[in-house]
Write a protein that binds this ligand. Structure first.
Ligand SMILES: CSCC[C@H](NC=O)C(=O)N[C@@H](C)C(=O)O
Length: 667
């Protein structure tokens, strides 16, 4: 059959045409915004990062770095005359580049053996600081015989004594430590400033006199066993002497020195070994004295802190009811929201997020957009908002997307309001009921919101309504709500999710006989938990789940964290809790056909979690299929457009199989 016109619905192939704006950096005078544009590339099956400049008056765009390679982290020099960025434009290695804005000339500044990060201009614009991993020695044990000349032997043994020997997205880690360096901004030799067997972490912040750089890290011998701990340190640029500025049990990170040098702002909290803590904005005098919290009354977590040019306030971003906002926090602690509706760069699922920067006069550049389109660059001046880019109008302007509506239901467990967003199939007619997919977020301390989601739009284009719920445990509703699942996850969040589903049925949007459930990571845990507790869903798809908390606590890349913060005991000290909260403990109840899907290189919820569940379902005679996404990490399950589209298609094919099955087959 020949198509009779253009495809009006969102399709898997459209993923290659999507573009999303990230990391907007407004110039000090507010005249331009440099930003990272991530675009699908059909030949490499990737989202490629390029850097663009958009004029804040004319909205005219100019490419800064858009050729071969990846380009990111644009950072203005203090006077706005130059732009530094990180790029793999030349020869595949990742280097620091600087572009002189007036001449348009860009030069590669460094010749580094490893990728730099956290670039930061010195206040006088003469130097750029950065961090870089310096490889260390592998722990040796014994030795192999000597190889004859020309022989091709296997790799030597990989011996480790590290706690963090694997990391999602990186696999098995090569030993080494992050160190801080400085390089002249007009070219020259880089100099290492920090040393020793500790990570010296970014972001980096210079003092106005250019004599010191603030960083965060845990420079104590026990750093490996305390994954949350961190302090702010001052590093003398001349002598490399390090002075601690904070000292408490809990993370102190992201230091930023005020432009007048009188104060330091940073983020952190007192560690109480709870599943969730609000990250609070702190300030102190420049020597670390007179420390105080400025956002204690907000009851929200702070993501980013940027000083105002006059040093009297700090701009912060925070999540509230699934949406990211920017507020201006004065040194006396008054908090004024100055921008709302930020959107992040996550494309596959509607996670909250977004980034911003501030010009000298307080003009903001933010990433923002409606729930039916990925984030663009928006300029915010007081109450005026102006969208500077329209990256997806060419594609989505010709599509009928699923409309996203806010819903709220009282939980049957305790009456708490549970917020959710319902994506309706395109062309929805009031009064029409649809098959419903409950799609559950991970974290579990994270939040969904009214944000663009390729998964949800693909499901909606196939005729499903999709429900994105923030059950108890979700962030952006305060500490009490998040910690309702402290040492109790999964648990009563189940009732919140079912209440939200019933709310959508009661509101007349969903067919109660056509319910489906999926979710990833923490959402995979809850998907498997749901099918262990009810047969209300026709089919399920559990993505990158934790199935057995004992194995998760020992082989994931967050082992100490899971045991200390989510259980408060080691698996062999409290096997009852580990087992009773594992979806595997309920597998004997499962009758719902359940697809199991995982990234082949997932180090966060390792492949063996999904494999355990798949085999248990097979042994129980439950219809199931196992899908591994080759090469995909946990965070990168949807990183390749082809895999992201194929994943949604596989889930839809699984659901469609049971959507159309007669009821007697389902019984
Ligand atoms: C449930 S164990 C770890 C889960 C993971 N948390 C942090 O990485 C998670 O749920 N990730 C979410 C954000 C996801 O991948 O969707």
């Amino acid at each position: 059959i020949q198509a009779t016109g253009p495809e009006r619905h969102f399709t898997g192939a459209d993923l290659f045409s999507l573009e999303v704006a990230a990391d907007p950096q407004i110039s000090p005078d507010g005249s331009q915004v440099a930003y990272v544009r991530r675009s699908g590339d059909i030949m490499t099956d990737q989202f490629r990062s390029t850097i663009w400049l958009v004029d804040t008056r004319s909205s005219e765009q100019t490419p800064i770095a858009a050729g071969p390679g990846g380009h990111f982290s644009p950072r203005w020099s203090p006077d706005g005359s130059r732009l530094a960025y990180i790029s793999s434009a030349e020869g595949g290695t990742t280097q620091i580049f600087v572009r002189w804005m007036e001449s348009g000339e860009a030069v590669r500044l460094t010749n580094l053996p490893y990728a730099p990060g956290s670039i930061a201009w010195s206040p006088d614009g003469t130097r750029i600081a950065y961090s870089m991993l310096i490889p260390g020695e592998s722990a040796g044990l014994g030795s192999a015989p000597d190889a004859p000349e020309g022989a091709e032997w296997a790799d030597p043994l990989d011996v480790t004594t590290a706690v963090g020997y694997r990391a999602d997205g990186q696999g098995y880690l090569r030993p080494g430590f992050n160190q801080i360096f400085v390089v002249p901004a007009d070219g020259g030799t880089a100099r290492q400033l920090s040393f020793g067997d500790y990570h010296h972490g970014g972001p980096l912040s210079w003092t106005p006199d250019g004599r010191a750089i603030l960083f965060s890290g845990d420079l104590t011998p026990d750093w490996e066993m305390d994954p949350v701990e961190g302090e702010i340190y001052s590093l003398d640029v001349t002598t490399s002497a390090i002075t601690p500025l904070t000292d408490r049990n809990g993370p102190d990170v992201n230091p930023v020195v005020s432009p007048d040098g009188r104060h330091i702002a940073w983020l952190g909290f007192d560690d109480q070994r709870r599943g969730y803590e609000n990250v609070l904005l702190h300030v102190s005098d420049s020597d670390g004295s007179n420390q105080r919290v400025l956002t204690g009354a907000l009851d929200r977590s702070i993501n980013t802190a940027i000083w105002s040019a006059n040093s009297r306030a700090v701009y912060v971003s925070y999540d509230d009811h699934g949406q990211t906002k920017v507020a201006r926090v004065s040194l006396s602690g008054s908090i004024t929201t100055v921008a709302e509706g930020l959107n992040g760069a996550s494309l596959d699922r509607p996670y909250s997020g977004g980034s911003f920067s501030v010009a000298r006069d307080g003009t903001l550049a933010i990433t923002s957009g409606p729930a039916t389109s990925p984030a663009d660059i928006v300029l915010v001046r007081g109450s005026n908002r102006r969208q500077l880019t329209h990256l997806n109008d060419d594609l989505l302007g010709h599509k009928v997307m699923g409309e996203v509506r806010r819903m709220e239901t009282a939980s049957t467990f305790d009456g708490r309001p549970i917020e959710s967003w319902l994506t309706l199939p395109p062309g929805h007619v009031e009064g029409q009921r649809h098959p419903l997919i409950l799609e559950i977020h991970g974290g579990p301390f994270a939040a969904y919101g009214p944000h663009f989601s390729t998964d949800n739009q693909l499901y909606a284009a196939a005729g499903y309504a999709v429900l994105s719920v923030n059950p108890r445990g979700s962030t952006s509703y305060g500490t009490e709500f998040a910690n309702l699942i402290h040492h109790a996850y999964p648990g009563n969040d189940y009732h919140d999710l079912m209440s939200a589903v019933d709310g959508v049925i009661a509101a007349g949007f969903a067919d109660p006989d056509q319910l489906f459930v999926t979710g990833g990571s923490g959402g995979g845990v809850l998907t498997s938990w749901i099918v262990g507790n009810t047969n209300r869903f026709r089919a399920a798809a559990t993505q990158k789940p934790v199935i057995n908390w004992t194995t998760q606590a020992l082989i994931s890349d967050i082992p100490v964290f899971v045991a200390n913060y989510w259980f408060g005991a080691l698996p062999w000290e409290d096997q009852q809790s580990y087992w009773s909260r594992s979806p595997l403990s309920l597998v004997g109840n499962v009758e719902t056909p359940t697809l199991v899907l995982v990234g082949g290189e997932d180090e966060r919820t390792p492949v063996s979690e999904a494999e355990q569940y798949y085999m248990a379902l097979r042994m129980e005679g439950v219809p199931t299929t196992l899908i591994r996404v080759p090469g995909a990490s946990h965070g990168g399950l949807a990183a390749r457009p082809s895999q992201s589209a194929a994943k949604a298609s596989a889930i839809l094919a699984w659901f469609d199989r049971y959507r159309n099955a007669p009821n007697d087959i389902m019984e």
